[in-house]
Design a protein. Structure first.
Length: 95
């Protein structure tokens, strides 16, 4: 305890699991899916592609990220890659 007195009036803060979860959400798949959707809505195809690719990097098993990325790639003229993404999404979530 003497070492704490040297630092001044400092309170010990327990680790808050909610804060960790929120921080992960801010930097995770969902935030990039939202950013990609916003970019797509604004007509920024490159921004949307980048965001959806990042979302997919955070969660390689995300069918939603694949569908979103495939949709934007189709509009950008990259139809073969889009088709592959759609097929992968269907394999991940066949229903």
């Amino acid at each position: 305890m003497a070492h704490l007195r040297l630092r001044g009036n400092v309170e010990i803060q327990p680790t808050d699991p909610w804060i960790g979860s929120l921080q992960a959400q801010l930097k995770g798949e969902r935030s990039y899916l939202v950013n990609g959707s916003l970019a797509y809505s604004a007509g920024d195809l490159e921004g949307a592609i980048t965001a959806f690719r990042t979302a997919l990097a955070f969660n390689p098993d995300s069918a939603g990220a694949r569908v979103n990325l495939g949709t934007v790639l189709t509009e950008a003229g990259q139809k073969q890659e889009a088709l592959t993404l759609f097929q992968e999404a269907l394999a991940l979530e066949p229903d």
